[in-house]
Design a protein around this ligand. Sequence first.
Ligand code: NAD
Length: 485
Amino acid sequence: MKYGAVKNYINGRFLDAQTSNYLYVVSPVDGSLLSQVPLSAAADLDLAVQSAKAAFKSWSNTPIKERVQVFFRYKYLLHQHLDELSKLIVEENGKTYTEAVAEIEKAIELTEFACSLPQLIAGELLEVSKGIECRTEYVPLGVVASIVPFNFPSMVPNWTIPNAIALGNCMIMKPSEKVPLSVGRIAELLKEAGLPDGVFNVVHGDSQIVEAICDHPGIEAVSFVGSTKVAKIVYRRATYNYKRCLALGGAKNHLLVLPDAIPAMTAANITASMSGCGGQRCMAASAMVAVGDVNHIVDKIVEEAKKVVPGDNLGAVISKQSKENIERYIASAERQGAKILVDGRNITVTGKEGGFYVGPTVIDYVTPDMDVAREEIFGPVISIMRANTLDEALAIENANPYGNAAAVFTQNGGAARHVINNASAGMIGVNVGVPVPREPFSFGGWNESKFGVGDITGKSSIEFWTKLKKTTTKWNPEAGVNWMS
Ligand code: NAD
């Protein structure tokens, strides 16, 4: 085991969890044993909540312009440790080094945004009638929790850490049990940046600790990112306990390709979108709807896909189980009558025989009723469906229950506008395969890709992490007359 057992991080110290139950942490790159992660007990969570509660008194009373100084320093530390943090992501998640670097770069951008929060949350003040003023201010909630998935061990935790904490909250982070290492380094860097003990805490575990978070009376808000199945469980349980909850779920992103799309650019974008991070992105293209005759673009996608090499410019998928699951989906498409143009099954990477690799896979003549068209595969697989008109393609997109992202590839502005208006998704790309909004724009999908109000990053997250205080003030100017004049 390369690293020792993972510890919780509570009140500024790494502590053993009060449990003897551990899960192995395996590197997807080569199947080697990296660490083990504790399934923390409810008592561990309670300790973290009490430490966060104690820290909240002073942290919430620290002016935001002082609080963000921690994040200016944290941003610098992310830069300084970019290489080391990226290598850790590669080890525990299996993505390529370039993709891991991009993850930290995005974490830096998220932190930059948090540094600008004082400019964004200045309240409002108005004399509403003679001598009477109304004013508003954003007030932190208290102790909040953030539950995160495996696919971005550093970026997704940083969707919530800088904003929630800069806005004055204290946080309990629950990392994915599959990738628990990066968050430990984040905790160390936050401390080095000057974050007071107890403001940021980490409690490891799986579903049981998530349930305990949803039930704990000391936690005011729960943010969740993961699959739709679990997002629904968390949203229902947290709100049942009267907590504020924002739960981001899975995705099935449709890319609509029109005959006038620029072939090389479109094919390169679609291939990168479906295969980047091993297809394990909630923004990955997993369904393409070809409108009319775009066979020349499909041919180019096949060419591009063949340039994506597992173990080189394509990373591993998270686990053996995940690899088998993706391969089962490909087999089901074949059985149900689709045509496999590029087949990523049964891949072994020389020198990394124990790793979990699936090659890029292009499946054509998929119909909307097939499993590969309906379900989130979370692997480097694109399913191509055919439509005669743009509205037929939009009907296919609209019928899927998710709504994270959708994109259109065309040179026609009117057609692009039609897709923007009519696709049922929160994030739309026009000639962009991975339409992740950059800061200060907010990230969040629609439909079964998100439960709750607001988005998880950018300006829209401010409302989630704060409550608005409205004050009405009246002073009688006569009262001070004696000593004023
Ligand atoms: P997951 O839902 O299995 O796990 C997410 C978190 O929930 C983990 O911390 C895990 O420990 C916990 N969990 C798992 N099962 C649970 C249960 N039954 N009850 C309570 N908690 C439970 O997701 P994952 O496999 O880690 O990540 C992949 C999924 O996340 C994909 O569906 C992907 O689309 C989604 N995702 C969505 C977004 C988004 O922005 N919408 C971003 C990243 C990932």
